[in-house]
Design a protein. Sequence first.
Length: 438
Amino acid sequence: MKPIQVGLLGIGTVGSGTFNVLTRNQEEIRRRAGRGIEITMVADLNVERAREIVGDRARVVADAREIIANPEIDIVIELIGGYGIARALVLEAISAGKHVVTANKALLAVHGTEIFAAASAKGVMVAFEAAVAGGIPIIKALREGLTANQVQWVAGIINGTTNFILSEMRDKGLDFDVVLKEAQRLGYAEADPTFDIEGVDAAHKATLMSALAFGIPVQFDKAHVEGITKLAAADIRYAEQLGYRIKLLGIAKRRDDVGGIELRVHPTLVPAKRLIANVEGAMNAVMVQGDAVGTTLYYGKGAGSEPTASAVIADLVDITRLHTADPDHRVPHLAFQADELRDTPVLPISEIRTAFYLRLRVADQKGVLSAITAILAASDISIDAVLQRESNEGEHQTDVIILTHETQEGAMRDALAQMQALPTVLAPIVSLRKEELA
Ligand code: NDP
Ligand code: HSE
């Protein structure tokens, strides 16, 4: 059978990895797919660099629309990134009847509803394994491997840059700003790392996982997003003393008690004994809890040229295998059939339930702790553990660290406002959420 023909839009980090791995493992991939898969056209703004990568094995063009217009091309891979030209090209490729593979989590988290609807109407597939956690096959796990389950929650370290920064802060006791500069110098963090450090990239990925886990549309605008920029080395140290690590987690949780979904990204205390707490450096890991399977964990490289290419090519093989299948009987884009999506609401952050870590800078005098605990008790917030740093000689203030049991975020915010107003509380209170992930 004639090889399936693929057009590649953008041959940068992931695009070049995809071209190289597909070339290197061509024969093995053909045996798996049942048919050869060839990238026959490549579009990139930098035509010279693209030619250096592909040699004479593919035709290089500057205009991506030449690929979309070519009737010989069966699958278009979009590896340009961003919401601008990438959105237009993906919609045009769909409209031209091409299947699409993309690693673009930002595009799908924001414009996914429009893109998946267009693909369903046209009977083509949009595959995006590489968009979440790079080389880890988490989309496949959620969409197919765990399909028997009612997923209870998904929680993941899904941004390598921030996990690298948090690991370095813990190892070396350094503050965020210092480690960020080091990460940029080493090339881990981009020149503009805003999406990573502010939690936006992780929220794009968590949004996609929430849709796959719960059969809801992609709703990035409903996600609660907090990054790691305000995290102090002191909190990482105190958390450690209490048996916890701080990780930036993307969390999607079903809340049958209120008929909603929690969708949030924030720094989170995780028990140090959990495997996920020991995921260090730029590695990613995702935990999924299903009612039948229990807790599962997926670990690997969440970024990089060839790890991400591994996921892109898995999608190419999937599409090749299903190319001739009737569109209505293919695996659905978002795991649930398109007409079976639910309008279960994503809950406002005030309605989520979680435990908390609090650090209060207080005057070192009698009655301080009882005033704080009285506010928590009146708000029906139960305390799990308290740690008070001994003040140094001549120092008249100290840190009180409190771990609470699970409570409603709204109740905690009210209690925090009351505690902050105490004259003996001397600095803004640090509050971080805690998850047992059991
Ligand atoms: P790069 O910036 O390395 O590559 C993008 C390429 O697209 C560049 O070569 C760029 O050319 C080219 N390009 C830009 N505009 C056009 C256009 N209009 N037509 C054709 N080519 C164009 O990005 P990455 O490979 O890192 O990322 C690609 C996608 O993969 C993004 O969506 C990203 O979020 C996602 N991703 C990346 C991961 C990674 O590890 N890098 C991991 C997981 C997902 P030029 O350089 O000249 O601008
Ligand atoms: N900037 C992302 C990260 C790349 O640091 O994980 C992979 O999506």
